[in-house]
Design a protein around this ligand. Structure first.
Ligand code: SAH
Length: 256
């Protein structure tokens, strides 16, 4: 290997400005960039003219490249001496398979680094006005996947999550929203718990809908919620309403 290296890089939650300076520098220096579907196209404009850009997009159910192929191509380029950037939506270590890619690089003895990104729950909560913790309302939050990767993956402990955590943020839960609702209600979470559904968080296409745990399946269907979307469940969702009401009052004062 002649100087090849791999950077497993978090691109942030959607708004290209939310990437880190370190990540941007790796993109600028890269010979090869393997990028995912949820990465903003604008970020690729920072790559050198001659850099090779490889789309690895993984839409739910439709994979442009399998994970095995992505890792094979990533390793091949690094072993041939290239500076490879593996650019992923959000943070590489939050439901991003970044751990598997780091293990693959380490197994080959290739120098690698993992550059964190703002994960979509953190980004979307900020832009939708839902603080994940809030004094008096939420002292803890958990990020949970709504879709288990394989049958052998550990089962989600909805019984514990229903009571043990104040704010739940569910990734990849759109298709399973009915099942998630049923599980949480069956384990005694109140049907009136506020819920926010955030689609395309932090981007210009962001849409946010507020309802309750009891009504969230119908809400998602009525607004035709699409991926990528997050489900935020907890009392802290009420802060959004408070912020919006205050913003409206301030606007009226300015207009008046
Ligand atoms: N590594 C990524 C998550 C990848 S899993 C991260 O740290 O954010 C893909 C899931 O992330 C989607 O199904 C969706 O639930 C969530 N997601 C990613 N970007 C999003 C966005 N801009 N708005 C809402 N949800 C998003």
């Amino acid at each position: 290997m002649r100087g090849g290296a791999i950077a497993i890089v978090g691109a942030g939650p959607g708004d290209p400005e939310l990437i880190t300076l370190k990540a941007l520098r790796r993109i600028e220096a890269a010979d090869v960039i393997l990028y995912d579907r949820l990465v903003s196209g604008e970020l690729l404009d920072y790559a050198r003219e001659g850099a090779l850009r490889i789309y690895c997009g993984k839409a739910p159910g439709r994979h442009a490249m399998t994970q095995e192929n992505i890792q094979r191509v990533m390793l091949e380029h690094a072993l041939a001496g290239s500076r490879v950037v593996r650019l992923k939506g959000g943070d590489p270590y939050v439901f991003g398979r970044g751990g598997e890619e780091a293990i693959a690089a380490a197994q080959q003895g290739i120098p690698y680094e993992v550059i964190p990104g703002i994960t979509s729950s953190i980004g979307a909560a900020a832009s939708a006005g839902v603080p994940l913790t809030h004094r008096g309302l939420s002292g803890s939050f958990a990020v949970v996947t709504g879709t288990r990767a394989e049958e052998s993956s550990p089962k989600t402990r909805w019984d514990c999550l229903a009571h043990g955590v104040d704010t739940l943020v569910i990734y990849m839960g759109t298709a399973q929203i009915g099942e998630i609702r049923r599980e949480l209600l069956a384990h005694g979470k109140s049907a009136s718990t506020p819920v926010a559904l955030i689609e395309n968080g932090t981007t210009s296409a962001e849409r946010t809908f507020v309802g309750t745990l009891g009504g969230m399946e119908k809400l998602a269907a009525s607004v035709q919620l699409r991926n990528p979307a997050l489900i935020v469940i907890g009392e802290t969702v009420r802060v959004r309403e408070q912020l919006l009401a205050l913003e409206r009052m301030a606007e009226q004062r300015v207009v008046g």
